[in-house]
Design a protein around this ligand. Sequence first.
Ligand SMILES: [Zn+2]
Length: 271
Amino acid sequence: MPRPVKNSNSGIESNPLTRLCEKLHQHVPGLHLWAASLYHSNRPPLLTEVILTQPLRTPPSVTRHVQQQQFMVRGETVYGYTTAPCPLPCDGPAPRVMRHTGQGHAEGEPGDCEQCGFLVGQILVELGVGGTGSTTSSPRPLQYRDVFILTWVNSLHDAKSDASGQVTRPASGVLRGVRGAGIPVTVLQPEDEDGVRDVATMAGPNHVIATDCGVVQGLERKVVVWVGGLDGYDAWGRLFAASRCTSQLVLVTPPPREQSDTSRDDDSDCN
Ligand SMILES: [Zn+2]
């Protein structure tokens, strides 16, 4: 355990992680404790800060998008990335950006829009997700389980039925649309611990997983679809979702600012 270092953040001395570190330090001789994916403003004073800001698996095309998010631009909450010491072999596919606006789109949030979902499904088909190519070919075909559809605060829901099997609440529009394009989707709820474990280990059905960013925080997928919202937390969700992507990022964004009541980021640099 490193020596205590000065940390001027107010309230940090009393937070649960700080108390845990202090008790462990008192009771476990020679302990070396590491904490990762921790906001630097939440670092217990007993821990020395080491900054690892080089993207390891995110391609530059996605890294640039993550860097645009306001929390990383300011560096107050999340440090920005550092430049790779040597050039990477490729830039990676450009993020695909879809606007939830125009003919055929539902009113309200993108997550409620079947048209957005169908267009996402078409992109997944175009990418070859769920293809039947040889599993021995290189690279192997994308499976459905290689895809996350992520939102913020779990705004997507599956259909609900009563005891007679009558649907009392249809699934979120974007899920209906994706399924309409022939893509199997499972909605992962935060309380489904077995489901979260299966997703972490790539077990369970070979389905696309739709869930909240926080439920699968720390996990990565080759294809990540971020379904934006109109609320003020959208930038947070985009930061968490985009940084989970190791290849193709797909963004479903709300209407342009003048059509929305709330402020949010501009996507013009992602097209
Ligand atoms: Zn739409």
